[in-house]
Design a protein around this ligand. Structure first.
Ligand code: ADP
Length: 347
C-alpha cells in the first residue's frame, strides 16, 4: 500500500497577501456602505449607484497601492534571502547579504545567514584540506609498498602461493593508489587549486593513446573496437582531459560482455563544439541510477565493485565542469548498452 500524503494546494505568497489586503478593503467597503446607508436613512441622504461604484473603485485603488507598497517592503528581503539560499544549496558558501536594513528582523536574519555561510565555508576548507593532506600522506607509503612488491615479483617467488600473495599485494596497492590519486585530484578540482595548463594538442591522438593504454583489458575480453576519430587540434588541459577519455573508455570495456563491441567517436559538431562518445553493449544504466551516476562513490553493479571505486564518473563530471564541457549518458533503445557523450566547447 502506498503511503502518499494528499497534496495541499499551494498559494503563492504574493497572491495570498493580495487576497488578504483585498478582503480587508472589501470588509471596509461593506462596513462603510452599511454606515452610509444607515446615516442616509437617518439624515435623508440618497446613496446612488455611481457613488457605490466610485467607492468600490477608490477602495480597490487604495488596496492595490497599499498592497504594492507593503509587498515591496515585505517581499524584497525574502526574495533576496531565497536567491542567496539557492546559491548555498549549490555549494557556494561565499554568499553574504548586506545587513543594512531599516527592519530589525531582516537585519538579524541577514546577519545570522552571513554567520551560517561563514561557518559552512570554514568547515568546508577544513574538510577539503584534511582530505587533501591525508591523501598526500598516503601516497608515499603506498608507493613504497608497490615498489617492494614489484621487486619481490621480479625475484621469482619460491612457491606458487608466494607468487599469488605478491600478485594480490600489487593489485590491491594499485587500487589503493588509484583511489588516493582520484581523491586528491577531486579535492584539487573542488578547491580550484589545480593548474589547468592549457595547450594546443591533437585530441584524436589523445583518445588513441587512451585506447592503447587500456589494451591489456580490451584484448583480454576480446572486445571489438569500432573507432572513428576526426583529426582535431584542441586548446585545453591535456592532462585533465586524459582522465575523462581514460575513465569513459575504461568503463565501456569493463561493463562490456566478452566479445562485445565498443564504439568510440570523435567529431566536430555543427556549432564547432567537439563531440566525443563511447558506446558499449553492456547492461546500461538502470533508470533509478540515472540521476546518481555522477555522484562520488556511487556504484550500481556489485559484480564490478572490485574493479573500481565509484569515483571515475564523478571525476569526469568535475573535470568537465572546471574546463567548461558537459557529459551525459543515454541507454540504447531496443539494444543492450549505453552511450556516454562528452561535449567540449569550441575554442
Ligand atoms: P567505477 O569505478 O565503479 O567504475 P564510476 O564512477 O566510473 O565508478 O562509475 C560509477 C558506476 O556507474 C559504476 O559502478 C557502474 O555501476 C556505472 N557505470 C559506469 N559506466 C558504465 C557503463 N559503461 N555501463 C554500465 N554501467 C556503468
Amino acid at each position: 500500500m502506498t503511503n502518499q500524503k494528499p497534496k495541499k494546494a499551494r498559494l503563492n505568497l504574493r497572491l495570498y497577501f493580495t487576497l488578504i489586503v483585498l478582503a480587508e478593503i472589501s470588509g471596509l467597503l461593506i462596513v462603510t456602505s452599511l454606515m452610509v446607508s444607515l446615516l442616509g436613512d437617518r439624515a435623508q441622504l440618497t446613496i446612488t449607484a455611481p457613488t457605490i461604484i466610485f467607492m468600490l473603485v477608490a477602495s480597490l485603488f487604495i488596496g492595490y497601492t497599499v498592497n504594492f507598497l507593503l509587498s515591496r517592503a515585505f517581499f524584497r528581503p525574502i526574495t533576496r534571502l531565497g536567491s542567496a539560499m539557492r546559491k548555498v544549496a549549490k555549494g557556494d558558501f561565499s554568499v553574504r547579504l548586506d545587513t543594512e536594513s531599516r527592519i530589525r528582523e531582516v537585519q538579524n536574519l541577514y546577519s545570522d545567514f552571513n554567520i551560517m555561510t561563514k561557518e559552512l565555508g570554514a568547515t568546508e576548507i577544513i574538510q577539503t584540506d584534511f582530505v587533501s593532506n591525508v591523501s598526500h600522506e598516503f601516497k608515499t607509503p603506498i608507493n613504497a609498498i608497490q615498489g617492494y612488491a614489484t621487486l619481490l615479483q621480479q625475484e621469482n617467488p619460491e612457491s606458487e602461493a608466494d607468487a599469488e600473495c605478491v600478485r594480490k599485494i600489487l593489485l590491491n596497492t594499485t587500487r589503493l593508489s588509484d583511489l588516493v590519486g582520484n581523491i586528491l585530484l577531486l579535492s584539487k578540482l573542488d578547491n580550484s587549486s589545480i593548474e589547468l595548463s592549457e595547450t594546443d594538442y591533437r585530441l584524436d591522438e589523445q583518445v588513441r593513446l587512451a585506447i592503447v593504454l587500456l589494451e591489456e583489458r580490451w584484448s583480454a575480453k576480446e572486445i571489438n573496437l569500432d573507432v572513428d576519430l576526426d583529426e582535431i587540434t584542441y586548446h585545453g588541459s591535456e592532462k585533465l582531459l586524459g582522465h575523462v577519455f581514460g575513465n569513459l573508455i575504461g568503463n565501456a570495456v569493463k561493463f562490456s560482455p566478452q566479445g562485445g563491441t565498443v564504439r568510440i567517436l570523435l567529431q566536430k559538431g555543427n556549432g564547432g563544439d567537439i563531440i566525443f562518445s563511447v558506446s558499449d553493449e553492456g547492461p546500461g544504466i538502470p533508470e533509478s541510477a540515472m540521476e546518481h551516476i555522477f555522484e562520488r562513490f556511487y556504484q550500481t553493479d556489485s559484480s564490478h565493485k572490485e574493479e573500481g571505486n565509484g569515483l571515475g564518473l564523478a571525476l569526469v563530471k568535475q573535470i568537465l565542469t572546471v574546463t567548461g564541457g558537459t557529459v551525459d549518458v543515454t541507454n540504447h533503445e531496443n539494444a543492450p548498452g549505453c552511450t556516454f557523450r562528452v561535449l567540449l566547447p569550441r575554442r
